[in-house]
Design a protein around this ligand. Sequence first.
Ligand SMILES: O=C(O)C(=O)C[C@]1(C(=O)O)C=C[C@@H](O)C=C1
Length: 358
Amino acid sequence: MNTDDKLKPLREQIDAIDAQILDLLNRRARVAQEVGHIKAETNAPVFRPEREAQVLRKVAERNPGPLDGGDVQTIFREIMSSCRALERRVAVAYLGPTGTFTEQAVYQQFGHAIEGISCASIDEIFRSVEAGTADFGVVPIENSSEGAINRTLDLLLQTTLSISGELSIPVHHSLMTKSGTMDGVTRICAHSQALAQCQVWLNQNYPNIERQAVASNGEAARIASEDPTAAAIAGEIAGQRYNLGIVKAHVQDDPHNRTRFAVVGRLQPAPSGKDQTSLVLAVPNKAGAVYNLLAPLSKHGVSMTRFESRPARIGTWEYYFYVDVEGHAQDEKVAAALAELKQNAAFFKLLGSYPFSL
Ligand SMILES: O=C(O)C(=O)C[C@]1(C(=O)O)C=C[C@@H](O)C=C1
């Protein structure tokens, strides 16, 4: 028997299974449509991150293999994304142009059945959600090599929006040009964060080529696609979008470089069973103030997962503290700790409670 003869019965099995999967997918989609009708009657939100997190956790727990648990979650995320789009296609604002890591983060959180709205800056993302042009925005909040994205932290302080989710993705940068070589290149363009994440490598390899900070890595890729004297540092997806050749892949100084993103919107997700709460606090500038401020967390057995300070920029040495804690603001012990924190703080803002990222 030749190879094709051996494959034929197996491919017939796959065809039969695919027909069953297709039938089941459409049965699921019809149920989601019914859910959509009920939500439309009551004006309830279409995107329910706590429910999606529960579905994804359940499939990973139940998955008997041989498919990888993470791969199964990716498949189900897309199934839910398509089902959700039958109810209504949510509009998500992100830092454009296409091909940025923020766009990748959007798909990781919402799947591909969305309307992506490309914005020129982090400010514009917040504005478009606040104005209702987009339902949600995805903004970078922290990079593992470079630390906090300060503009996002500042905007979170002012916005009327809440954080309704978070996720982190690996960030691998490549040096790319139109020709795939560095011949004739006089400048290397990238977002300032990406230039900083690759500075050791750039100092070693191209110390004499000018570096130019641009609005985003996607924008850098677009520039390089039009100008043969410009190279871009960006993700490979951006390079593919703009037809660039790779001069060198993985040029970031830290091979484990990751960026964390926050999803912002008007939605306040219900508890999912495994959640996180983000808040901003400030205290009067006196000895022991920060220590006393945080005491209610340990008193009520609430774990702090992140603590970041940012100058208040009012000319004095005062700081805002960005704090993440485990649990949902509606959980009894978190609620008790937050009530006490609020009493002790000179400033208190609850940014949101949302499912712990998968
Ligand atoms: O359970 C819901 O509320 C649904 O709308 C269904 C569904 C799904 O496909 O499972 C789709 C969208 C929501 O974000 C959550 C889940």
